[in-house]
Design a protein around this ligand. Structure first.
Ligand SMILES: [Cu+2]
Length: 143
């Protein structure tokens, strides 16, 4: 009997903890462009609900960066993204080298969430990663 009561209690607690409408998965369109400063990139993030397509205008998140090919090797300080309205956010990131990076959007609002995106940063442009391993070159190429 008591175990039944406990599970009923657990079930009602569970209901209380769930927000009015469960958080929808986010879709983040990220576009980064090189700046005049070396290894500094301006990133615009467009946030929408994955299913609804509605803009998410009330988000708060930071952008962290990591190189998948070199775990722990880089230590890029996460930066806060700033809302520029209409579900668009701006963040200026400073990387430590060119190559493939994973941007991690760590949300505190509208709920805790993590969205990651792989991009290839080069001197002239930033493009989505094709998923293949890119050569990771800390050493200079020999001619
Ligand atoms: Cu590296």
């Amino acid at each position: 009997m008591s175990s039944l009561r406990i599970s009923v209690l657990a079930a009602s607690l569970f209901l209380i903890l769930i927000p009015a409408h469960a958080a929808e998965k986010k879709s983040a369109m990220i576009e980064c462009t090189p700046t005049d400063e070396k290894l500094v990139f301006d990133c615009m993030v467009m946030l929408t609900g994955k299913k609804s397509g509605e803009v998410i205008a009330d988000a708060e998140f930071t952008v962290a960066a990591d190189m998948p090919s070199m775990p722990m090797a880089h230590n890029v300080e996460p930066v806060s993204a700033h809302s520029v309205g209409n579900g668009m956010y701006h963040a200026r990131i400073t990387l430590e080298m060119h190559g493939e990076w994973v941007l991690k959007l760590e949300f505190t609002k509208p709920e805790r969430d993590l969205v990651v995106s792989k991009l290839v940063f080069s001197k002239a442009s930033v493009s989505p990663s094709d998923g293949h391993d890119h050569k990771h070159e800390h050493k200079k190429n020999k001619d």
